[in-house]
Design a protein around this ligand. Structure first.
Ligand SMILES: Cc1cc2nc3c(=O)[nH]c(=O)nc-3n(C[C@H](O)[C@H](O)[C@H](O)COP(=O)(O)OP(=O)(O)OC[C@H]3O[C@@H](n4cnc5c(N)ncnc54)[C@H](O)[C@@H]3O)c2cc1C
Length: 245
């Protein structure tokens, strides 16, 4: 499949030919999952057709090639623990490189529709962080809080009945651990992991995701974050180009 809608490709083929084409499996969606599935099936000799609704391959990986700096609108980085993705990049001949964007310092704090320069943050009147941590950006304080308070040792521990008591609203857990509601609002309520808010998310699931993130993005205590050279969308594009159909 090329990065064009499969339906339009089908219309370009004479009807008789299409009727005679035998496809064993139809995969719906040319995101990483669909493409990986299709390529694995082809390796086993299965005749696969991938159908994609959009005019490009990649799904939630999308690189804005025509914008300076080629920003990612979807998946932006992966860690050393992304074994399948790294294997796919190597297997399909796509280079990757260290992610040079700073996760923590590349962001802005916006309060009441105004950007607060990071150096004004420690003394900003709306900074709700405890005195000794006012220099932390909200997302840094969140990571610090989790590091200091999460009782699980590794992500798989969330399945241990010993921790079932943590299957409560995430904000209730934070309040119980001494965070103020202003801190919870500032540091956590913007994060997509929590659905609409920290009150909708289970503390146990947030902890599982936090520890999983540490295990795949930290190596020997140092950050290990990578991107596909030239834009993350290059990987699904290459995979789509390798398909037989
Ligand atoms: C803003 C953002 C940031 C992210 N950051 C990261 C990150 O830093 N690290 C990380 O690991 N992950 C990140 N993710 C998540 C990651 O991008 C996704 O988990 C991954 O790309 C999902 O791949 P997928 O193939 O499972 O699904 P998708 O990429 O969603 O692919 C599904 C495909 O199916 C197509 N489709 C759906 N329905 C139909 C239909 N009926 N007919 C035809 N086609 C259909 C869609 O158009 C799409 O192309 C991020 C996601 C977003 C949105």
């Amino acid at each position: 499949m090329q990065s064009a809608a499969a339906t339009s490709l089908a219309f370009a083929v004479p009807k008789l030919t299409r009727a005679q084409t035998k496809v064993d499996v139809i995969v719906i969606g040319a995101g990483l999952s669909g493409l990986h599935t299709a390529l694995l099936l082809e390796e086993e000799g299965v005749n696969v057709q991938v159908i994609e609704a959009r005019m490009r391959a990649g799904g939630r990986l999308e690189t804005l090639y025509d914008v300076p700096g080629t920003p990612e609108t979807g998946g932006n980085s992966f860690g050393h623990g992304y074994a399948r993705l790294i294997d796919a990049a190597k297997r399909y001949g796509v280079d990757y490189e260290p992610n040079r964007q700073s996760y923590l310092r590349g962001m802005e704090i916006v309060i009441d529709d105004k950007i607060v320069p990071i150096d004004e943050w420690p003394n900003h009147p709306k900074n709700p962080l405890p005195k000794e941590h006012r220099e932390d950006a909200p997302w840094e304080y969140y990571m610090r809080f989790m590091k200091d308070h999460v009782p699980l040792a590794q992500s798989g521990d969330w399945l241990d009945p010993e921790f079932a008591y943590l299957d409560i609203a995430f904000d209730d857990w934070m309040l119980g651990e001494g965070a103020s509601s202003e801190v919870i609002d500032m540091c956590c309520n913007h994060k997509w992991e929590y659905n609409n808010s920290t009150h909708d998310a289970s503390a146990l699931i947030v902890m599982m995701e936090y520890l999983w993130g540490r295990s795949v993005f930290l190596k020997d205590g140092a950050r290990s974050s990578f991107v596909i050279k030239g834009g993350n969308q290059r990987l699904p594009e290459k995979m789509a180009g390798l398909l037989n159909n």
